[in-house]
Ligand binder design. Sequence first.
Ligand SMILES: NC(=O)c1ccc[n+]([C@@H]2O[C@H](COP(=O)([O-])OP(=O)(O)OC[C@H]3O[C@@H](n4cnc5c(N)ncnc54)[C@H](O)[C@@H]3O)[C@@H](O)[C@H]2O)c1
Length: 295
Amino acid sequence: MEGGGIPPYREIEPAAISGPDTPDPARRTASFLTLHDAAMDRTLAGKTAVITGAGSGIGRATVLRFLTAGASVVAVDRRPDLAEALAADVPAGSRDRLAAVVGDIATEDPAREFTRVALDRFGGLDILINNAGISVVKPLHEHTPEEWDSVMNTNVKGIYWSARHVVPVMIARGGGLILNTGSISGEAGIPGQGAYAASKGAIHQMTRQMAIEYAPHKIRVNAVGCGTVDTPLVRWSAEKSGDPDAFWKMLREGHPIGRIASPEEVADFYVYLAGDAASFFTGAILMLDGGYTAR
Ligand SMILES: NC(=O)c1ccc[n+]([C@@H]2O[C@H](COP(=O)([O-])OP(=O)(O)OC[C@H]3O[C@@H](n4cnc5c(N)ncnc54)[C@H](O)[C@@H]3O)[C@@H](O)[C@H]2O)c1
């Protein structure tokens, strides 16, 4: 095993394991129905994608939609229980197109490992979605140095580690697509977003920089600047807020469209961006935000 510390990929068996931020059964059923409805979609047949932060929220929904659209997927998450819960929701017919790598993307080893797994298991690597991210919700001056480093190392340095291993492969293959999960916090000032805002602003600028740098190699790089998405991350924040009803109201009213997004809406947009119909996009920060940044 190269690098040490990260286990080699393994086939992940269905398991009824759940964790504190595992989506509840009702939400799982909903995504399963979405898969069923979309059963004829083969937009991404033959493509291999690596998706980080795959165990929950946006990443999880995107893995399921990519599999439905015919892609092979290397799902990356630091939590093995979430990777196993994800596998339990994958229809039997897609399981041979899913591999999992468990590791912390703030370190280099997972990037080395997921690149190797994509090549060894599926014979290529066409799409990388840098989606894993964390936040600390408090004023900047109250961040501890450890919280600052943790957010920046996961959200920003994780993309650097990915690039270090994936870009040479994409150059050798004659092209590829990198999609980064950005945020309204990368564009607008929002209280309590300290390190998170800095990290998402950095991601947006890295997206532009990488798009220009790698355009000659036919590697396209885009970011999706999400507004609030109904994921375990946000549900956790609502519970911690002390007044969940007021919190949800504040989130809805913050978006001119009057609601927040579902993870499946983001996943559908990623499928579109990964398909041939979106082939002229590069260096774009695509705001999927219900009008938040249009104000
Ligand atoms: N939910 C929102 O409202 C929202 C809005 C804008 C942007 N985003 C971004 O979307 C992305 C996904 O967020 P989400 O809401 O789905 O969150 P989530 O917490 O539901 O899922 C994130 C997943 O990433 C994994 N992860 C976190 N740190 C990791 C690390 N260091 N290594 C490997 N895996 C790691 C977690 O285990 C989890 O499974 C993040 O980049 C987030 O900043 C979310």
